[in-house]
Design a binder for this molecule. Sequence first.
Ligand code: DON
Length: 568
Amino acid sequence: MKLLSFLLLILIVFSCTTKQGNQPNKLYSKQAVEATNGMVATAHPLASEVGAQILRQGGNAFDAAVAVQFALAVVYPRAGNIAGGGFAVYRKADGEKGSLDFREKAPLASAFDMYLDEDENVIPKLSTFGILSVGVPGSVDGMIELHKKLGSLPFDVLIQPAMELAENGFKLTEIEANKLNYYQKDFLKANDSLTYFYNGENWKTGDYIFLPELAHTLKLIRDKGRSGFYEGKIAQAMIAEMQPKGGIITQADFDAYKSIWRNTVEGQYKEYNVISMPPPSSGGIALLQLLKGSEAFDFKIFGHNSAESIHIMTELERRVYADRATYLGDPDFYDVPVNMLLDSSYLASRFSDISLDKKTDSKDIKEGEVEIIESVETTHFSIVDKDQNAIGITTTLNGNFGSKVFVEKAGFFLNNEMDDFSVKTGVPNQFGLVGAEANAIAPEKRMLSSMTPTILEKEGKLLMVVGSPGGATIITAVYQTILNVIEHDMDMQQAVNASKTHHQWLPDRVLYEKNGLDSLVLQQLEVLGHTLEPRTAIGKMDAVLILSDGTMQGGADPRGDDTAVGLK
Ligand code: DON
């Protein structure tokens, strides 16, 4: 046994002194799409086409984003939404930047202990499934605000393609047919009747879905704006769906909902300026902490997905996710110490005990016992127009098809975002993430998110738009995609294709994509003390990179139907 460990240590030393460089990806070989007059990368080919169409009609990146958000609500209903929420980070061609928070809010009648029984134990599934898991939706208000501030085409032009897709029907891809089949029983459990989306388990590739009620809802939003959704028929349909089953959202919640323009969080990684989402997302702060921590290490020398790279990334991630659990929450309710968390001397001391020779034990960083639950869905899209206006939006219902509650009269699923709160200190949510007071439930508070829409600049110019779904893995997937381009010389698509790893402090294990790492690397990580766990996919990125000659490179994730459409 001792001899075996010794031999493995020799191998580690050997591989660490040999640059492994930009290894060919073991899982995916999709090629980048290149263009010069605009790029739209989304989770669904029909939504990417809608975005490209808006750009061709003379719309800017922000117009295209509004159109894509509504199109995804039709063709990608497991994460695209009008009854969910999200975050947008933008950079205008003139360099102005900002972010829009259209995250869901806790209902006015919510309470910090609403998911606990009388013994203060968490009631299983109450925050993830069915009517009580629903947060007050933000997407419609968000899209209206986005259009008002940054759009150039009339709103009705932007919502039209989604209306047509809902009315005329769209074809299911194989992945989407399988997803629908997988969730049939849940749909049945969460709903009294189900005209759409329920079909036993018989959905097949190429089947058409028609959503006339959703088309009508979109028409109301087109004609009445915000009040087409938050008032009148549609608001009443949502309340009618929820109230008889004990739902607590009322008209007062809809009236009170407002999305918020926030200053981005910004910081330097080497010569790159990183612009990302501030709280109530943890994404921007955590990403900046990871990148700043990475500056002390030479990932180029370590090589992509070498044991040493993965070990260092893991050690950084362990510490960053511990900070996330303690310090991050909705800044309108909790004083998030943003400056402290990004302070160089704080970060230097935070990462100073990282050893190249062995892993740290997460228990030595902070207490907590958690179990892991598999990933679900969200969606990110990245758009750049011909003038290099750029926007990244990550939007979600939280779980696949959210709460699984379908508002039949209005044609859409309701989110289950309430589970992103810390329902009890130290008890993990569906992503295994723990939290405490900073992210406790309170009326009108926004639940902490990991969504990380991010834009990078180099020498004052736009370089990259990037983001991903994946719950807790969003931040680490975005982080690795950025390192893949900057440190491992990959193009945008290679960086997206590349297999990813993830650590989130608790539970104390490194997730990696099955068949995504060399077995030698796995052995080397074990020698360093890491526990390893394979899983299906980490991240599902849609990103755009601007090359030095102005060429736009789209990277759309081969883990899904994600598609980049470029305008030549
Ligand atoms: O806001 C968050 O962090 C989560 N609600 C995101 C959910 C998600 O990414 C599910 N995806 N695979």
